[in-house]
Design a protein around this ligand. Structure first.
Ligand code: SAM
Ligand code: SF4
Length: 352
């Protein structure tokens, strides 16, 4: 027990432990809630009520939180996300500051790739380790339908620039939507294999701002595997999964033993991996979310702005993680389960 009466485990040396014995070592920080796309599975067409600039964590506050996470709470890797991190004007400075503090920390970023072509080299020079770029289709019209914006060319140019800058291994994230891009998986995989990128499919989760998700429309991991198997042979990657959300598969053509590359499938809904979750998330306004589907949020911004005591911030963060739910509650039947309520925040407002 600590002075607040909340049991958080034995102390800072225990890191971000929860009551089910999981320890979060993978920190995801959202740099902004704003975005220049309107993906239908994430944002409404009109956007959201964006945070005011001073409500958002500053570069110095982000740097301080990461220092606390790494130096005292056992954080071992960092992912920058959003909203769209590239829309943050001080992004390169944020990365340079984090890299100066933590020369060996793996720092990755998830981006939609819009505007990436101009910034990739600067991101690499500032110390970014690698990138995930989200791209759900190679077809301009489908891209426009999914993201409500005509920017596929920019995304493709951004991916090329990221590879040229050495932001590798480069991963491509794709969400498949029924009757929209559910037949694009094979083309995406062929394109990624030809370029040496690791494609990862993410099952659509009920985190859209429009609350339009339905289980019947969700393309499942099993369907994705079946679809990819129309052209390729998939076999489970023998390397240990080691807490990774994606189940990885070696990809071969039916006529050869040679491994062409790896594809990952993140089956958050139908094959959840909550029991091995190592993630802790901080929203753009400084709230800890112990789980993507958490309805509890713990504010760190007030402490960041009112005390020099890093120990108090570490303790509040630990308390938030101690209360991490055992699982997201979708079970195997999904939305409609008695114990599952879709969170108010959409993916962009959490930091995916
Ligand atoms: N804007 C950046 C991007 O799109 O890569 C970073 C933030 S975005 C919220 C992070 C990832 O979450 C993206 O790969 C996106 O496809 C995924 N995502 C968003 N909404 C989702 C949903 N409802 N279900 C599954 N994945 C989702
Ligand atoms: Fe923006 Fe990323 Fe959400 Fe698409 S998934 S609307 S790019 S935050």
């Amino acid at each position: 027990m600590n002075t607040t009466g909340i049991q958080t485990g034995p102390g800072t040396e225990s890191g971000l432990l929860d009551q089910f014995g999981r320890r979060a070592t993978d920190l995801r920080i959202s740099l902004t809630d704003k975005c220049n796309l309107r993906c239908t599975y994430c944002m409404p067409a009109e956007g959201l009520d964006w945070l005011a600039k001073d409500a958002q964590l500053s570069a110095a506050e982000i740097r301080r939180l990461v220092r606390i996470g790494v130096d005292t709470l056992g954080v071992r890797e960092l992912r920058l996300t959003g909203g769209e991190p590239l829309v943050r004007a001080d992004l390169v400075n944020i990365i340079a500051g984090l890299r100066a503090d933590h020369p060996d920390l793996p720092i990755s970023m998830t981006t939609n790739g819009v505007g990436l072509a101009k910034k990739a080299a600067a991101l690499k020079a500032a110390g970014l380790s690698r990138l995930n770029v989200s791209m759900d289709t190679l077809h301009e019209e489908t891209f426009k339908q999914l993201t409500r914006r005509p920017f596929l060319d920019q995304v493709l140019a951004g991916i090329d620039a990221a590879a040229a800058a050495g932001l590798t291994p480069l991963k491509i994230n794709a969400v498949l939507m029924r009757d929209i891009n559910d037949h694009d998986g094979v083309d995406l995989l062929t394109w990624a294999l030809e370029r040496g990128y690791e494609l990862r499919f993410i099952e659509q989760m009920p985190l859209d701002a429009d609350h339009g998700w339905t289980r019947k429309d969700m393309v499942t991991a099993a369907e994705i595997r079946e679809h990819l198997s129309t052209k390729y042979v998939l076999s489970v990657d023998p390397r240990a999964r080691d807490g990774a959300p994606a189940e990885r598969f070696e990809v071969r053509s039916p006529s050869s033993e040679a491994v062409l590359g790896i594809v990952g499938i993140i089956a958050s809904v139908t094959e959840p991996f909550c029991s091995d979750c190592r993630r802790t998330r901080i929203t753009a306004e400084g709230k800890v979310m112990s789980c993507l589907f958490s309805r509890e949020e713990v504010d760190l911004r007030t402490l960041l702005r009112s005390t020099d005591d890093d120990g108090a911030i570490a303790q509040r963060w630990q308390e938030a993680m101690w209360a991490k739910p055992k699982a997201h509650g979708m079970g195997h039947t999904g939305l409609g389960d008695a114990d599952f309520v879709q969170p108010d925040r959409s993916m962009s407002a959490i930091g995916g």
